[in-house]
Design a protein around this ligand. Sequence first.
Ligand code: KIV
Ligand code: NA
Length: 270
Amino acid sequence: MKPLNHFIEMKKNGEKISMLTAYDYPSAKQAEQAGIEIILVGDSLGMTVLGYDSTVGVTIDDMKHHACAARRGAKDTFIVVDMPFGTVGVDDKTDMQHAIELYRDTRANALKIEGAHITPLVRKCTQIGIPVVAHLGLTPQSFGITGYKLQATSKEAAEKLIKDAKLMEQSGAVMLVLEAIPSDLAAAITKSLSIPVIGIGAGSETDGQVLVYHDVLNYGVDQKPKFVKCYGDFSGGVDALKTYHEEVKTGVFPSLEFTYKKQIMDEIDT
Ligand code: KIV
Ligand code: NA
């Protein structure tokens, strides 16, 4: 397993970091086999695998369930697990209890937490030894307030984001995810920080990129944001399932090839 320091070295050397979401055993196994450097068990699992229309319905138990499955599939990959909606930003004690619970029970290498308001929590987690990845820009748990659109589009908002990012680093965040912000702003923030900055919809000049597994593979997703590039097409699975369905109906499946040879009825007096 690559330690945290490795990613800081990669940033120093200008080597790009690849991050991909994965939510279960097979997707995590594929990500590890593909050489993906960081797996994110994102709360986007609410949409991609649970069928919710936002991340708001995702619980800490959902995150644990999926993160443990992903860990079983990728024992040797750095795994970041999202703290879901409503588990942080409540009060210091509750926030910490949730962070400790999720970190301990999933054997994550780091937790990711959305929003600029969480710097005190980042500090406390860091003090007790939990690495935190901060997530700024578009933070989907706040879609009810921000909508799903490009963020930091005014001078004031951009200046605030620059400050918030710096504050995250100063509070001990080990990495920063920037989502859906102007690429020149992401480039400037990336240059100004010594921790790795991973972008999604933030242009090419961040230290790395993250995308959602189901978007990358066109697997069960209807709508994709502008920043998504498809590298495969799992939607073809539907055709395979149609063929299976037809073959069951017509008796084509199972042929002898898929049937055990052993016969027993001759030995039984009927
Ligand atoms: O949940 C998720 O998939 C994420 C990424 C989009 C950064 O937070
Ligand atoms: Na997320």
